[in-house]
Design a protein around this ligand. Structure first.
Ligand SMILES: NC(=O)c1ccc[n+]([C@@H]2O[C@H](COP(=O)([O-])OP(=O)(O)OC[C@H]3O[C@@H](n4cnc5c(N)ncnc54)[C@H](OP(=O)(O)O)[C@@H]3O)[C@@H](O)[C@H]2O)c1
Length: 267
């Protein structure tokens, strides 16, 4: 097996679920790895297995990405480790119950992990990659960004933010050598469901994708140069229609005068 490296991928949430599969697949593609999560033991187990299977160099970085000092430590790694060519912003959480059941601490943790951390890590990576004129940022969103009525407000909102951030970054980094991809999984078989007291097969029988299939499809989308990849959407024309509705609104959104329907009637 060749030891020449295609650079290092830093993967957050790599102790299990989708992040652990990304780590495996990226190592199989010849990348070295830095695996980030809270559980040192599970990171170590994954790192040992991947080293054994692929011969790649795998480091672990234990971090709780709801803590600002840990986010800063991971950002510093992205800035200073010149071998890093790929960031997978994957770590994320849901909360059990409905929006009104969640307390301030849970909601703050969710927003910090799902929004603040990926934003600051994407910023650190974008600056470092731009200076080196190459790099890839993969942000894991969710199809719930299209379904705000169906999911707990803060989770769906956090994932809508990830899509918006990714599209904005992608536009800003166009032709810079830095590629940004948002991956929007549908329901996928990982521990996130049981951590939140849910059985995915009871919630959506017959509709749960394997994490391996999700990641393999997302990498096909990456290889095709996509900015937004929705592995579960069979008809890509639906996404194209969605985007063209958005672009159709764009030229009408900046106006000196309020729309006629909002005009204050005097007298
Ligand atoms: N599974 C789905 O149906 C689905 C669908 C759409 C989108 N997604 C998104 O996919 C991403 C991965 O989710 P998953 O399904 O693979 O979930 P998962 O199985 O629960 O894995 C989550 C990963 O994030 C890490 N993590 C959680 N809290 C963290 C924290 N405070 N600091 C650092 N790392 C933390 C976990 O490791 P530790 O516990 O060791 O920290 C774990 O490695 C998330 O962004 C999720 O929103 C999932």
């Amino acid at each position: 097996m060749s030891k020449s490296s295609n650079g290092t991928a830093l993967v957050t949430g790599a102790s299990g679920g989708i992040g652990a599969i990304y780590a495996e697949r990226l190592a199989q593609r010849g990348l070295d790895l830095t695996l980030v999560a809270r559980s040192k033991d599970r990171l170590q187990e994954n790192a040992d297995r991947i080293r054994r299977q692929t011969g790649r160099t795998v480091h672990i970085l234990v971090a709780d990405l709801t803590r600002s000092e840990d986010i800063a430590a991971v950002a510093e790694r992205l800035e200073k480790d010149v071998s890093v060519t790929l960031l997978v912003n994957n770590a994320g959480m849901m909360l059990p119950g409905a929006f009104l059941d969640n307390d301030a601490k849970g909601t703050t943790d969710l927003i910090t992990l799902n929004v603040t951390a990926p934003t600051l890590l994407a910023s650190a990576a974008a600056k470092a990659f731009l200076a080196r004129k190459r790099g890839t940022i993969i942000n894991i969103g969710s199809v719930v960004s299209f379904l705000p009525e169906m999911f707990g407000g803060s989770y769906g909102g956090s994932k809508a933010y990830i899509l918006n951030l990714s599209q904005s970054l992608s536009a800003q980094l166009k032709d810079s050598g830095v590629h940004v991809q948002a991956v929007l999984p549908g329901p996928t078989r990982t521990g996130i469901w049981s951590h939140n007291g849910m059985d995915p097969d009871a919630v959506l029988p017959g509709k749960i994708m394997a994490a391996e299939d999700l990641v393999d499809a997302a990498l096909v989308g990456l290889d095709a140069g996509e900015t937004v990849t929705i592995p579960s959407l069979p008809d890509e024309a639906l996404w194209a229609q969605f985007e063209s509705s958005r672009f159709a609104m764009a030229p009408h959104l900046a106006q000196r005068d309020v729309a006629a329907r909002y005009r204050v009637q005097n007298g």
